[in-house]
Design a protein. Structure first.
Length: 361
């Protein structure tokens, strides 16, 4: 929880009194499902700070107003759905803050003028870790900020499957002995899946297409998100999968029969990033949300929630990652994350996603 002096500073800055907020009779201590909004079961209040995000939703909804006194509507959906919704709402945005995995996608929103760019930068960036600062300093004036760091995919496997002890790298997805039993989330829907698949295109686009064509030829099974991939992996329906780091370690913690292979060259890395809508009328409240997310107290809180998505590397140097992350039984050193060129990743996003969409039709 944010300490009393920080809370007082936020409240004095925003001149807000303690408030509670209800949506359709429910206090907003839980995230709102976007399907309920679309179905008319929940009516969003455009006078209340509205955040589109993927994961951490309930934990954030439960704590943000308590810490700051600022009412908030947290609308939870997949990363791909968030980006599609923002695109559909270009003329009339219904959101104030976006928080989603894949900083390349968020940078693209900035380049397209969708994010507020008024020169403001959070004070909390002064506490960025070296890893977070490496990303931030590439565009220190940009109107978006890394919030958490991690791998959009690890090479995970079911320990009971024959042949998994012979895995040497990502080529396991091409191995004929796993034909029809390899899986991944769909990058046109899942936020983490896009930076995962894009990492194979960075050095050579043609080589990227060739890699993923082999995966499709080996009978890859595509799922809407990471959670059903994890479920199929632990039941043995799948033998090998590219699975987001939080989901992977969530299953490891539960004692599921899942192993992790770390290739020598490292694993793809990405940030969950946040930005503010250029059309928001709640600028100060949105800025307070960003500061709150980047604070050491919030970062530490999110690494200890009862949810798989606590398995990330904090961006605040005063916060610690969850103890289950490497070094551990799978890797005797800290994880080597390979962060690809996020400007390029945003530029080719539509092309790569169209190709994957074509393969799954």
């Amino acid at each position: 929880m944010i300490d009393s002096s920080t809370q007082k500073t936020l409240r004095n800055t925003l001149k807000l009194a303690p408030l509670t907020f209800a949506v359709a009779g429910q206090v907003a201590a839980q995230a709102i499902d976007a399907d309920d909004v679309d179905a008319g079961a929940v009516q969003l209040d455009r006078g209340t700070l509205t955040v589109y995000l993927h994961d951490h939703g309930d934990a954030i909804a439960a704590r943000f107003t308590e810490d700051t006194g600022i009412p908030v509507q947290i609308v939870d959906m997949s990363g791909g759905e968030i980006l599609a919704r923002i695109e559909a709402e270009r003329v009339n945005p219904q959101w104030d803050v976006v928080y989603v995995m894949g900083h390349g996608s968020v940078h693209r929103l900035y380049e397209e003028g969708i994010l507020l760019s008024n020169g403001w930068q959070p004070e909390a960036v002064a506490d960025y870790s070296d890893m977070a600062n490496d990303i931030y300093q590439q565009h220190p004036d940009a109107a978006w900020w890394p919030v958490t760091l991690g791998a959009p995919a690890l090479l995970a496997y079911n320990r009971d499957c024959e042949g998994v002890d012979q895995i040497t790298g990502w080529d396991a997805l091409h191995d004929p002995q796993f034909e029809g039993r390899i899986g991944m989330p769909n990058p046109t829907i899942s936020g983490p899946a896009y930076p995962y698949v894009a990492s194979f295109f960075e050095e050579d686009m043609e080589a990227g297409y060739e890699f993923w064509e082999k995966v499709f030829n080996n009978g890859v099974r595509m799922f809407r998100s990471n959670s059903p991939v994890a479920e199929a992996l632990m039941t043995g329906e799948l033998c090998v999968a590219g699975l987001e780091e939080p989901n992977t370690y969530g299953e490891v913690e539960k004692g599921e029969n899942i192993g992790i292979f770390y290739p020598e060259e490292g694993v793809p890395g990405a940030a969950r990033a946040a930005g503010i809508s250029a059309e928001t009328d709640l600028v100060e409240e949105a800025q307070a949300f960003i500061e709150w997310m980047l604070s050491a107290e919030t970062q530490e809180y999110l690494t200890n929630i009862d949810h798989r998505n606590r398995y990330f590397v904090p961006v605040n140097r005063h916060a610690s990652a969850n103890d289950l992350l490497p070094p551990n039984e799978f890797l005797n050193a800290e994880t080597q994350y390979n962060f690809i060129d996020y400007v390029w990743m945003g530029e080719v996003e539509n092309e790569i996603k169209r190709w994957f969409s074509d393969q799954t039709m």
